[in-house]
Design a protein around this ligand. Structure first.
Ligand SMILES: NC(=O)C1=CN([C@@H]2O[C@H](COP(=O)(O)OP(=O)(O)OC[C@H]3O[C@@H](n4cnc5c(N)ncnc54)[C@H](O)[C@@H]3O)[C@@H](O)[C@H]2O)C=CC1
Ligand SMILES: O=C(O)CCC(=O)C(=O)O
Ligand SMILES: [Mg+2]
Length: 375
C-alpha cells in the first residue's frame, strides 16, 4: 500500500522513502491519531529558544496550504521564571500527546546546574515510550558541503542507556551514574532498525557501541543486535566502536547506511551528521513508539542564543512537520511542503544565516509560501 504511494520528490529527498517505512511500521503497531470533522488534532509543543519562531513558520504554511490539522498547543517550558514551576505544563503536554497520539515538538530547555530539573525532553520520551529516534542525514540538493553522497539514517534507542538520569553520590567526591541497558529494549530497537532497513531497500545495518570498554552494557546491546540480525539474512551487518564511527563519519560518511545505537551515541552522531549536511537547522527527526509518534528537529537544540532574533532556520521543523504529515497519510501535503522547502534552498536566493545567507526566519517562510503557490 505504501510503496504504491511513493512521493514524487523521492529523488530530492530519498528520506521520504524512509518516512513511508516509518509510517508503515507505526501503522502496523496500532496507532490511531485523533481525527474530528476530517481534521487531525495534533499536539504542538513549540518548546523553548527558537521553538516559537520555527513553529510559527509551520503554522503559517499549514494554514496557507489548507492542511487538515488543528493544533492543540501546549506551551511547555523548561525555563523556570520564578512565577510558575514548569512541571504542570509538562504534565499537560504529556496528557495531550497521550490523547492525540501524534505531536510536533520543539526542544525544551534543560538547566545544566545540579539544582535544575531533569530533562523534560527525555522524560517525555520515557513517559510515552517513544523508543525509536529516527534521524535522516542526507545532502541537501543545491547546498554544497565538504562531502557529497551522504545518505544515512540513525536509529537511536530513546528511553534508556546513558539518559536514565539515575545518579547518586556514594560518598562526597564519588558519583555513580547508571547507564541502563536491557535485553528487551536492545532487541526492540534492533528489530526496528532492521525492519526500517528492509522497508527502505537499505543494504547494511551497523551497530554502534563501546563494548570494548562497557563489556556488560554495550556488550549486551551488541550481542542482542547480532542475534536479531540472524532474522534478516539479506542485509549486510557489521559493528563499529563509537569513537571510530565518529571519525569515519567525518572522514568517509558515504560508507554508512543504517546505524543503530544506544542513546548518547545517537546524540553525538546526530550532531556530527548534522554538521556534515548543513547544521542543526536542517535535520528532521521523529520519535516512534507503539502508540505515539512525536516529530521534532533531529539535532535537538534549543537555540537560546538566537531566540527572538528572527534568525533561526525553520527547515528542520518544517521537514519534521512534513514527516508528520506523511505519518498521518497526508502524503500530498507532505510532499508539497518538503518540495517547497527544498526548492527554496536549491534556488539559493533565500537562505538563513546558518546556511551562509542573510534571510530571516520570516523571509524564508515567505519564500516557502511563495514556492507552494507554484507547485
Ligand atoms: N542561557 C542562555 O542564554 C544560553 C544557554 N545555553 C546553554 O546551552 C544549552 C543547550 O544548548 P546546546 O544543546 O549546547 O546547543 P544550542 O541550543 O545552543 O544550539 C547549538 C547551536 O546551534 C544553533 N542552532 C540550533 N538550531 C538552529 C536553527 N534552527 N537555526 C539556526 N541555528 C540553530 C544555535 O543557535 C547554537 O549556536 C542550554 O541548556 C544552556 O545550558 C546556550 C545558549 C544560550
Ligand atoms: O533534553 C535535553 O536537554 C538534551 C538532550 C539531548 O541532547 C538529546 O536528546 O539529544
Ligand atoms: Mg543531543
Amino acid at each position: 500500500m505504501f510503496a504504491a504511494r511513493q512521493p514524487a520528490v523521492k529523488s530530492v529527498l530519498g528520506s521520504l522513502k524512509s518516512q513511508n517505512a516509518i509510517r508503515s511500521f507505526a501503522t502496523a503497531t496500532d496507532m490511531q491519531p485523533t481525527k474530528i470533522g476530517g481534521k487531525y488534532t495534533v499536539t504542538l509543543i513549540p518548546g523553548d529558544g527558537i521553538g516559537a519562531e520555527v513553529s510559527d513558520s509551520v503554522k503559517q504554511i499549514f494554514k496557507a496550504d489548507n492542511v487538515p490539522v488543528q493544533w492543540e498547543q501546549v506551551d511547555a517550558t523548561g525555563v523556570i521564571t520564578g512565577k510558575e514551576h514548569p512541571e504542570s505544563l509538562f504534565k499537560e503536554s504529556v496528557l495531550s500527546l497521550k490523547r492525540n497520539k501524534v505531536g510536533l515538538k520543539g526542544i525544551l530547555y534543560t538547566p545544566v546546574e545540579r539544582s535544575g530539573h531533569q530533562s523534560f525532553n527525555v522524560a517525555l520520551r520515557q513517559e510515552l515510550d517513544i523508543y525509536a529516534s529516527v534521524v535522516l542525514i542526507k545532502n541537501i540538493p543545491g547546498y554544497q558541503t565538504r562531502h557529497s553522497g551522504v545518505d544515512f539514517c540513525l536509529i537511536r534507542e530513546n528511553t534508556e542507556g546513558e539518559y536514565s538520569g539515575l545518579e547518586h553520590q556514594s560518598v562526597p567526591g564519588v558519583v555513580e551514574s547508571l547507564k541502563i541497558v536491557t535485553k528487551m529494549k536492545s532487541e526492540r530497537i534492533s528489530k526496528f532498525a532492521f525492519a526500517f532497513a528492509k522497508a527502505n531497500n537499505r543494504k547494511k545495518v551497523t551497530c554502534i557501541h563501546k563494548a570494548n570498554i562497557m563489556k556488560l552494557a554495550d556488550g549486551l546491546f551488541r550481542q542482542t543486535f547480532h542475534e536479531v540480525a540472524k532474522d534478516y539474512p539479506s542485509l549486510e551487518v557489521n559493528d563499529l566502536i563509537v569513537d571510530n564511527a565518529s571519525m569515519q563519519a567525518v572522514g568517509k560518511p558515504q560508507q554508512f547506511d543504517v546505524l543503530v545505537m544506544p542513546n548518547l551515541y545517537g546524540s553525538i552522531l546526530s550532531n556530527i551528521g548534522a554538521a556534515l549536511v548543513g547544521g542543526p537547522g536542517v535535520i528532521p527527526g521523529c520519535n516512534m513508539g507503539r502508540e505515539h509518534a512525536v516529530f521534532e528537529p533531529g539535532c535537538r537544540h534549543v537555540g537560546l542564543d538566537i531566540k527572538g532574533k528572527n534568525e533561526a532556520n525553520p527547515t528542520a521543523m518544517l521537514l519534521s512537520a512534513s514527516m508528520m504529515l506523511r505519518h498521518l497519510n497526508l502524503d500530498d501535503h507532505a510532499t508539497r511542503l518538503s518540495q517547497a522547502v527544498y526548492g527554496v534552498i536549491a534556488d539559493g536566493k533565500v537562505r538563513t544565516r546558518d546556511m551562509q545567507g542573510t534571510s530571516t526566519t520570516q523571509e524564508f517562510t515567505n519564500a516557502v509560501l511563495k514556492k507552494l503557490e507554484t507547485l
